[in-house]
Design a protein around this ligand. Structure first.
Ligand code: 2HA
Ligand code: ZN
Length: 268
């Protein structure tokens, strides 16, 4: 358990220092491997069962480390038990309860629908190897959703791939573009989970980005690379636009060189 707390401290502090987590912005969840369950068997649950907004059998009985609603990611490194908690779902995936943390009283992130619905999809698609999901507010990704006309998944992905030669290796399945949906809503949760079944990154227009991975480093790394590409893209636009860029053939060659399975539809 200590090691997980150390990981979430590191990730949340990095997010805050990069300016991706102003005020209570951004949230993190980590599905726990069974080896960590024993730690909580000594603790009594700290809430009653609460109904989930929809049944999620895929994650029935699972436990998650989740940042708290209204809490600041920058404070996790100082007071983890106040700003983070552990929740458990019941066997059928119909309800959840709090096992640890959120001291003295609190609840998981307002974006819980996006987190839990996405965990259903990423657990399934990775054959139970993906455990981490991050939502955050990086400046350049958000700015790009204002600056470029008629964005959709293909154009956004292509723009990011072309803006930094590593992108196609880090997210060969692309970045899903989700037109504005109300924060914290089930609709946003469903759109995000659907995106996560195909890709490892999803941009929320005017709001931020979500990423998944086997662990927090991998989820963070994907977002970090996308944000760097978005920043480069904006800088290029600010000096008058690209005078040349990576051609499709070059992008495909990079992907092939690193044995990445690319979403070919992005090139259509
Ligand atoms: O946790 O980021 O989207 C605050 C948010 C809501
Ligand atoms: Zn947000």
């Amino acid at each position: 358990m200590e090691i997980l707390i150390d990981e979430i401290k590191k990730t949340s502090s990095d997010m805050a220092r990069r300016g991706w987590a102003e005020s209570n912005g951004g949230n993190i969840s980590l599905r726990l491997k069974e080896e960590y369950y024993e730690y909580f068997n000594e603790h009594k649950p700290i809430s009653d069962w609460m109904k989930l907004p929809e049944t999620m059998p895929e994650i029935g009985g699972d436990r998650f480390l989740v940042t708290g609603t209204g809490r600041y990611l920058r404070n996790i490194e100082l007071f983890p038990e106040k700003n983070v908690g552990v929740i458990e779902t019941d066997k059928k995936g119909e309800a959840y309860r709090l096992l640890w943390g959120y001291k003295p009283k609190g609840a998981p992130t307002s974006e819980l629908p996006s987190h839990l619905l996405s965990h259903c999809r990423i657990k399934e698609k990775s054959d139970n190897k993906m455990f981490a999901f991050i939502h955050t507010h990086p400046n350049s990704v958000i700015a790009l959703t204002y600056a470029v006309a008629n964005l959709e998944t293909k154009s956004l992905t292509k723009l990011l791939w072309q803006s930094h030669a590593e992108c196609i290796v880090v997210f060969p399945q692309g970045v899903e573009f989700i037109p504005w949906v109300m924060a914290g809503s089930m609709d946003l949760g469903k759109a995000t989970a659907s995106a996560m079944s195909r890709r490892n990154l999803a941009v929320w227009q005017y709001h931020g980005i979500c990423g998944c991975g086997r662990n927090l480093d991998e989820a963070f790394g994907r977002i970090d690379v996308a944000e760097k590409a978005a920043e480069i893209c904006l800088r290029v636009m600010a000096v008058g636009g690209a005078k040349q860029t990576l051609a499709d053939e070059q992008l495909k060659a990079i992907a092939a060189n690193f044995n990445c399975t690319v979403d070919e539809e992005i090139f259509e």
